[in-house]
Design a protein around this ligand. Structure first.
Ligand code: NAP
Length: 463
């Protein structure tokens, strides 16, 4: 039988519920903290006290890596989800259930526990601080979520077994989902697979859905990439196209099908904000756009990974003088990334008023498009669609570029744009838009599953 893994904060009931699940399924119960204690011959508090948290995390990682691949119920330490290497092991061919509880309940349960605190804060403050710090990792760890605040361990175990056996969406929600996808432009074989997943006759209740939400969305390469990665990491998920001009409908279908999350694209990156229960402050909130929605424990959380996709390849250029071409959604994410890298940034745009507004939003400079030659930047970032098929014009003339400049074109179809070709002829360092796509997808995968996929693996799986 598939492994059932329990994650969650201390005091959410992992051990007690795990033991009941083991009894009811006939599988052995394994606690990673117990493995660590047995192997080291010391208690967890003694390891924390003598060797510190980092050493404990090393022992924990070894314990997680040595778990049996199936036929077991596993309870993990509260911080195990923070390490992407643990998540890679724990998620493989497993059902992961996140146990949650409110702070008061956890506080009451922990006040009876002999385990020492991890910080110098009061118990309630420590719980609130750590839960906040781990929120992203907990939501990424979970296939299913069960709140144990007001249930007995036996009732929570029963609920988990029900989720494993039946999944979450009702028959009606599955039928509605099939009708929604049939109305989209999903390629034949992909639609057949989706119908199989959602059909009452053939479905595996544990298979979860994700997808790219947009209008149009059919051009997105996301489904090919994500489905290849699910296969590689042993994840029971399927990624598809949520193409519809009505964002309300997409969100309702997503919630109804208990989707794990959505990649959000044109034209919904801003509108999606009003459908969310929470928006990440550093990034999405400040950019004013969301390209990633994670559905977690009944809520929808919004993130922006576009800016991370721009930032990652530019880290070595921290502090440079930069020009950003464009003032749309991609440019806002790029401006946020460049300013996060403390660059001296000037925004140029075809419609100067929009450059001015974006510059005001972020507190940087803007100029008329024609002012490019007076700036002599170290870095040029193109965030206009110029160069994207079929409009394959370059936003700059070759003579405007000079050796020593770095040119980053966010356009990725084609990968080698006329701007990059001109820059290469001039001896500039060039960065293709594919790099942004790779890094933002990598971050998205980490938000959905807690696993850190190497950039090279994403590159290999791009079609
Ligand atoms: P957007 O919100 O529609 O903004 C487009 C911007 O380009 C606007 O500032 C617009 O200027 C300007 N523009 C459009 N046509 C132009 C033209 N013919 N000449 C000069 N300026 C022009 O689009 P976006 O979402 O920011 O996307 C921009 C580009 O970034 C697209 O090519 C997209 O593929 C790329 N992108 C890449 C990734 C990736 O992962 N690599 C991710 C996101 C976006 P006005 O204000 O004057 O209209």
């Amino acid at each position: 039988m598939k492994r059932i893994v329990l994650t969650g904060f201390r005091g959410t009931g992992k051990s007690e519920i795990g033991k009941i699940l083991a009894q009811r399924t006939g599988m052995p119960f394994i606690d990673t903290d117990t493995i660590v204690e047995e192997r080291t011959g010391r208690s967890i508090p003694a390891i924390f006290h003598d060797d510190g948290e980092e050493r404990f995390r090393g022992f924990e990682r070894e314990a997680v890596a040595s778990l049996p691949a199936r036929d077991a119920v596993v309870s993990t330490g509260g911080g195990a989800v923070l390490d992407p290497r643990n998540m890679k092991c724990l998620r493989r061919e497993s059902v992961v259930v996140l146990l949650t509880a409110d702070i008061d309940t956890i506080g009451a349960r922990l006040s009876r526990s002999p385990r020492p605190p991890l910080t110098d804060l009061s118990l309630a403050e420590e719980i609130a601080m750590l839960m906040d710090k781990r929120r992203r990792a907990y939501s990424a760890s979970a296939d299913f979520c069960v709140d144990t605040s007001h249930t007995t361990p036996a009732a929570a175990a029963k609920k988990i077994l029900g989720l494993v056996k039946d999944g979450v969406p009702s028959a009606r929600q599955r039928e509605r989902g099939i009708a929604f996808f049939r109305a989209g432009r999903i390629p034949g074989p992909a639609l057949k697979k989706l119908e199989e997943i959602l059909s009452l006759k053939t479905h595996d209740p544990q298979t979860r859905i994700l997808g790219v939400a947009g209008s149009p969305a059919a051009h997105s390469r996301g489904p090919y990439l994500f489905n290849a990665l699910f296969h590689r990491y042993g994840l029971n998920y399927h990624y598809t196209w949520f193409e519809d001009p009505r964002l309300d409908e997409i969100m309702e279908i997503g919630r109804g099908l208990d989707a794990k999350g959505l990649s959000v694209t044109i034209p919904f990156k801003h509108d999606v904000l009003r459908h969310l229960d929470e928006v990440e402050e550093h990034g999405a909130r400040q950019i004013g756009a969301v390209n990633t929605v994670v559905f977690s424990c009944g809520g929808a959380i919004g993130y922006n990974t576009d800016w991370i996709g721009v930032r990652k390849p530019l880290v070595p250029l921290r502090g440079s003088k930069a020009v950003l071409l464009g003032a749309g959604g991609g440019a806002a994410a790029a401006a946020y990334a460049l300013l996060d890298l403390e660059m001296d940034l000037t925004i140029l745009n075809r419609t100067p008023g929009k450059a001015e507004a974006l510059a005001e939003q972020f507190g940087c400079s803007w100029k008329e498009w024609g002012a490019f030659d007076s700036i002599r930047p170290d870095l040029v970032v193109n965030a206009t669609p110029l160069g994207m098929e079929p409009d394959i014009r370059s936003p700059l003339r070759e003579e405007q570029l000079a050796a020593g400049m770095t040119v980053f074109d966010l356009v990725y179809t084609p990968p080698m744009t006329p701007l990059l070709e001109a820059a290469q002829r001039k001896g500039c360092t060039i960065i293709e838009g594919t790099e942004m796509f790779i890094e933002q997808a990598r971050e998205q995968f980490s938000l959905f599953f807690g696993i850190d996929v190497p950039s090279g693996t994403i590159r290999e799986n791009l079609k």
